[in-house]
Write a protein that binds this ligand. Structure first.
Ligand SMILES: Cc1ncc(COP(=O)(O)O)c(C=O)c1O
Length: 401
């Protein structure tokens, strides 16, 4: 079926798994069993090797979802984990050993940052954190013992981008692997493996599932790397929940429709809000003002398929009032957009990074990252684009200066 679009082919991916055709149903049922039985010792051995035996090791609904993720990311194989963090932690603990070094983008998700700075050093792994907006700084930080380079495509909440093809060459020249977190951008916008990445992690919990009703993570890589993870995943107990995998299988059918609308909404909203007098700055890779515009054009297909996220910055209070007063006035004036500590769902949500994701980072460091108290991070849903623009414009108009 390889002359159809990815959106069409995804609907017909994952219809068999582990030698089962599931009796040919139109949609795959949920397998609510922790184990599969066998009639003989030989059959049990065969089941354990090639099919499904106990659900911490392998499970049909997880396997179906893994096939869909491999198809989307254009990778050889995938594994489904209990969460994005489960996927990241299991992979790092499997591939790294004491004495190894990791070169990591300093612009990354807060909890990945903590794994790098708090957890890995306890196991004898050195981590060099560098701002990957600067390719030369990244190259200069490489060590002979660097075994893995880690980055996101676009980092929360300012959208700082990493040059994936450059980092892939850097990694491979050092016999190291490039691991990329594609959660923000999704395979609808970019497939890092096609730019040279070796391992792609997704928090499926966000845009890819999109309905805010299940948590899972995925790793996509070569069969050789996945084989190593197939050994450790059951030992660490980080395999994805089968019911969540089934939920996601159903929600993946509408992923292309949803995520394209979310990314279009973000680009249009960014363009409209940049013109609003109450706004100091808008961060989205589709904008002419985006500092890494050339890199965005190199990595993404077009302006409307980049990212469903954006951030806006409200000015600080000139009259001595804390910026939070303006943030609160703005938030109270929103009619349907909700304040929520997640992203990627079909309903547009906002957060205030200084009181959520970056609350533990000192103010001067936050400001150096472009994050001020008046920043609002927006995760676009699938609402009508004009309604969404009107919703934000009227809330900005409600700020009293
Ligand atoms: C970029 C990124 N990576 C990984 C994760 C972790 O995902 P999960 O919450 O599924 O563990 C998140 C969560 O927000 C994220 O934003």
């Amino acid at each position: 079926m390889n002359d159809y679009s990815k959106a069409t082919e995804l609907l017909y991916t994952g219809l068999t798994a582990g030698g089962m055709d599931f009796g040919n149903p139109l949609t795959i049922p949920y397998y609510g069993t922790t184990a599969f039985k066998a009639g003989t010792v030989a059959e049990m051995q065969e089941v354990a090797r090639d099919r499904f035996s106990y659900c911490r090791f392998s499970q049909p609904n997880r396997e179906v979802l893994a096939q869909m993720v491999s198809f989307l990311e254009e990778g050889e194989k995938s594994l489904i984990f209990s969460s994005g963090m489960g996927a990241i932690m299991t992979t790092l603990m499997t591939l790294l050993a004491p004495g190894d070094a990791v070169l990591c983008n300093s612009n990354i998700y807060g909890e990945t940052f903590l794994i790098m700075t708090d957890i890995l050093p306890k196991f004898g792994v050195r981590v060099d954190m560098v701002d990957f907006c600067d390719n030369e700084a990244a190259a200069a930080a490489l060590r002979p013992e660097t075994k893995l380079i880690y980055t996101e495509v676009c980092a929360n909440p300012v959208h700082k981008m990493a040059d994936i093809p450059f980092l892939a060459k850097l990694a491979h020249g050092n016999d190291a692997l490039l691991m990329v977190d594609n959660t923000f951008t999704t395979p609808v916008a970019i497939r890092p493996i096609t730019f040279g990445a070796d391992i792609v992690i997704n928090s499926l919990t966000k845009f890819m599932n999109g309905l805010s009703d299940a948590i899972e993570g995925s790793i996509t890589a070569s069969a050789e790397i996945i084989k190593k993870l197939e050994y450790t995943q059951p030992l660490f107990g980080t395999a994805g929940d089968p019911y969540a995998a089934w939920t996601m299988y159903k929600n993946f059918g509408t992923m292309d429709l949803r995520v394209r609308r979310q990314q279009l909404n973000a680009a249009r909203l960014a363009e409209a809000l940049e013109k609003h007098p109450q706004i100091l700055k808008v961060n989205h890779p589709s904008l002419e003002s985006f500092p890494q515009k050339a890199l965005a054009e190199k990595l993404f297909k077009n302006k409307e398929t980049m990212s469903g996220m954006l951030s806006i910055v409200l000015p600080e209070g000139e009259d001595g009032r804390a910026p939070m007063v303006y943030v609160d006035q703005f938030t109270k004036a929103l009619r349907f957009v909700r304040f929520a500590g997640t992203m990627g769902g079909i309903h547009t949500t906002i957060t205030n990074p200084v009181t959520s994701s970056h609350c533990d980072v000192p103010d001067d460091k936050r400001r150096a990252m472009g994050i001020t108290p008046g920043m609002i991070r927006i995760s676009c849903g699938i609402e009508d684009t004009d309604d969404l623009i009107r919703e934000f414009e009227q809330a900005l108009d409600a700020i009293e200066r």
